[in-house]
Design a protein around this ligand. Structure first.
Ligand SMILES: Cc1ncc(COP(=O)(O)O)c(C=O)c1O
Length: 421
């Protein structure tokens, strides 16, 4: 469920008509809903209400400071993968003891930054990372709390580019090696083992892969405890999918997911962490765009938008579907026709979707690409020298620009020309 609905024939974000945002901020622009972000976060809180837990929002899915501040104020922790994301989480007021550091390529400066600023745990993804972390923490005279990210070799049944829990993926340590790695971790200075971590992929629409992975997590917890490790925290990762269209079967709900966790590891007495991103932010955002041209092609009509693949890359990158709807609601029974909805970037791949059934639209009309709050703005670029797409946060009947559109001067001003030219 989200808070983007038609009111009096105009698509609104909560109580704000999208026409107003387009008029005041221009298009393309991402628009997020406070009520939807809040609701989705609270669903995970409720799903884990049976135990001590921390819901760590995956910052990679939407890293705008205002979004992080909103979720942080609600009690969210943050799952981060870079110094930049760490800095964002801290700048949004999230304390270090609510930040978990994931990612396969943590560098020494990143480790230092987190150890200096405070960190809940490092999710260690390899033996070389473990050794480096031990050296860095020891040299600073501190102890780094760690969970080892274990790769359970489970097929998450999702798009190959966002599956992370198979042995051929770069993530985590093979589960068969986990006991050895924990033994090594326990012997290293500057390392404190606190738990186990797993993340098997993103946009999972079936709970079965979680069941399989979490059964392995439970088994490993028992084995590691028998080996003498104090496993007190289990990080179950993120990945719960969202409906990208209102027409198909909806993926499982957070409450069902919480039950899967409870069934698998609920008897172990561990604190539970999860790292959802998309499920909190995905349907809390839309990309608002204007039609530039309606172009009649041979056997097809193109709707050329002012948003493009540089603003929302998911269709080009993952063949992802986003519902595309007119902001002015079509009257019942009005004729629709198929359009290939494309952007202005000079790539055939800059196609949001082919054959979208839409009522007659013309230049200046507004459309919304739904479910764009996750992996949207964060993956945007300036390709074709198109300034970075701005972001707006709606709260009831008010809205704020939470990232302004850069001017062309600002964009150009970041480049420098050497004196010899
Ligand atoms: C380690 C880790 N945690 C959490 C997430 C968030 O996944 P999602 O946005 O699908 O919930 C990801 C994304 O791939 C990830 O790599």
């Amino acid at each position: 469920m989200d808070h983007f609905n038609y009111v009096d024939g105009v698509l609104h974000a909560e109580d704000v008509p999208l026409t107003r945002i387009a008029a005041e901020v221009g298009t393309p622009v991402y628009v997020y809903s406070t009520a939807t972000l809040t609701r989705h976060f609270q669903q995970f809180q409720q799903a884990l209400a049976w135990t001590d837990h921390l819901v760590c929002f995956a910052v990679k899915s939407n890293s705008n400071l205002a979004v992080l501040k909103l979720l942080g104020n609600l009690g969210a922790g943050m799952d981060i993968v870079s110094a930049g994301e760490y800095a964002r989480a801290k700048a949004a007021g999230v304390p270090g003891d609510r930040i978990v550091f994931s990612g396969v390529g943590k560098t020494e400066p990143e480790m230092r930054m987190a150890l200096e600023g405070g960190i809940r745990q490092f999710n260690v993804e390899s033996e070389p990372e473990l050794e480096l972390l031990s050296r860095v923490a020891s040299s600073m005279g501190v102890s780094a709390p760690i969970a080892v990210r274990v790769n359970p070799d489970v097929d998450a049944k999702t798009h190959e580019k966002i599956a992370t829990g198979k042995s051929e993926n770069k993530f985590g340590i093979p589960i068969a090696r986990a006991r050895d790695v924990y033994a090594r971790a326990a012997s290293l200075p500057g390392i404190e083992v606190v738990g186990i971590d797993m993340h098997i992929g993103s946009q999972l629409t079936d709970l079965e892969p979680y069941r399989q992975a979490y059964a392995k997590m439970a088994e490993l917890t028992r084995a590691l405890r028998a080996d003498g490790h104090d496993i007190r925290r289990l990080d179950m990762g993120g990945g719960l999918g969202i409906p990208y269209t209102r027409d198909n079967n909806a993926p499982p709900l957070p409450i069902e997911y919480g039950q899967v966790i409870r069934d698998a590891v609920g008897d172990l007495g561990c604190e539970i962490e999860i790292e959802p991103g998309r499920n909190i932010s995905g349907n809390a955002g839309i990309l608002l765009s204007s039609v530039i041209y309606l172009k009649e092609g041979e056997g097809r009509d193109f709707l050329i938008l002012d948003a493009a693949m540089n603003d929302l890359i998911r269709p080009a990158m993952y063949s992802a579907h986003h519902d595309i709807v007119p902001v002015a609601e079509a009257a019942p029974g009005v004729a629709v026709a198929p359009y290939d909805v494309v952007g202005p970037v000079c790539e055939t791949g800059d196609t949001f979707e082919k054959g979208v059934q839409l009522p007659g639209l013309s230049a200046g009309d507004l459309v919304a690409l739904r479910s764009a709050g996750a992996y949207g703005a964060v993956m945007a670029s300036e390709y074709n020298s198109r300034p970075l797409v701005p972001e707006v946060l709606v709260n009831g009947d008010q809205f704020a620009v939470i990232r302004p559109r850069p001017t062309l001067e600002e964009m150009l001003g970041r480049d420098t020309i050497p004196e010899w030219l």
